[in-house]
Design a protein around this ligand. Sequence first.
Ligand code: GTP
Ligand code: MG
Length: 390
Amino acid sequence: MTEDSSADLDFSGALQRLKEHDPNAAVAKAKEQLDCLDSVTLNIAVTGETGAGKSAFINAFRGLDDDDDNSAPTGITETTKVATMYTHPTKSNVQLWDLPGTGMPNFKADKFLKEVKFETYDLFIIISSERFKENDVFLAKEIQKKQKRFYFVRTKIDNDMRSVAKTRRNFDEQQVLCTIREDCHRNVKELGNPKVFLISSYDLGKYDFHDLVDSLESDLSEYKRFALVQSLPVCSLAMLEKKKKVLEKFIWLAALGSSLGAVIPFPFLSLAIDKTVLVTYLVSCHNALGLNEQSLIKLSERMNKPLSQLKSAIKSPLALAVVDKMAIRPRTAMTKPVKRLDDLLDARFLATSFMNVTEAFRSTYNILHEALNEMINDMRQVLHAAGLDE
Ligand SMILES: Nc1nc2c(ncn2[C@@H]2O[C@H](COP(=O)(O)OP(=O)(O)OP(=O)(O)O)[C@@H](O)[C@H]2O)c(=O)[nH]1
Ligand SMILES: [Mg+2]
């Protein structure tokens, strides 16, 4: 199967196939697709002039602060000299590449692309903290020639806002954004009026980050899109909604992939459902939604809210059970008793009875759907507690 064979990716199609065809084959196919989702890699190249904010953007994209372990070094003395790969902390198949700056006077776009091995990347993000320069345009043209996509990002918008707000009495944010946008477009219009995304790497929830993600998504194959959306930090309610849509789309795959019932006849429920597949799916949703410990710590630091306040917004037994399952520390007598994830899943399955494999599939789908909704509701409450629910 190729990663682009997305036509099959829907629930009713899967159900139909299950009814009409060999269930064993349908389950095997789902498992194959799940493996594919796990193994697809997304390589994003980030380039632009020295000091433009490439490394800071990469850190923000990975949900890290500039001073975290494993973050890309930032600052005026930390110039990126060779292409360096940074993997996503929870989705290691998403790789961001910090490429050397493009600002040298003798810059040759074709030589540059050859040196950084352009074929490695799915797409290029060209960053500038001012107007885009000649070298940025040369590079974009060359990327286009090589049949790859590029996206212009104008960063450090928060700085622009601050300095204009200081000097103008009738400060109008939209007006300032409009001026910056027009200014950027003037310098890149020979490329056919490409979009320019205005961004602050220190506040991804504001300005055009969401639009950038929409554009990246629409240009990627279904599998790479899934990897991208899973990896993004939950910086706003809008981002949470985006994740919900994408995660929901793949529930049926986990439901079908777990249907051991197709292979082993009932009546033993534990034999009918492969809980490992379900647990893997729920843990990846939990990470993607930002409910894991590391993401909550980052959110509490960024929004200056106590971690305990954010954690107390998480109420669903399922989300708590995933946290408990993922905890590195051993359980102690002091640890609040939490239902185990496997037990919770068993309890939900016991409430249903399966007549055949399509029934099992449908029930598993509903159980996972409900579980995902519970975690999404929890994350909505976390964002509310963090003050990010506007
Ligand atoms: N306020 C603000 N500062 C930013 C932003 N992005 C980057 N910076 C700052 O700009 C400086 C340069 O950022 P880097 O990410 O190191 O720039 P770079 O493009 O990686 O630079 P080189 O590696 O030298 O090519 C750092 O001090 C960052 O903190 C942003 O969106 N807002
Ligand atoms: Mg750098």
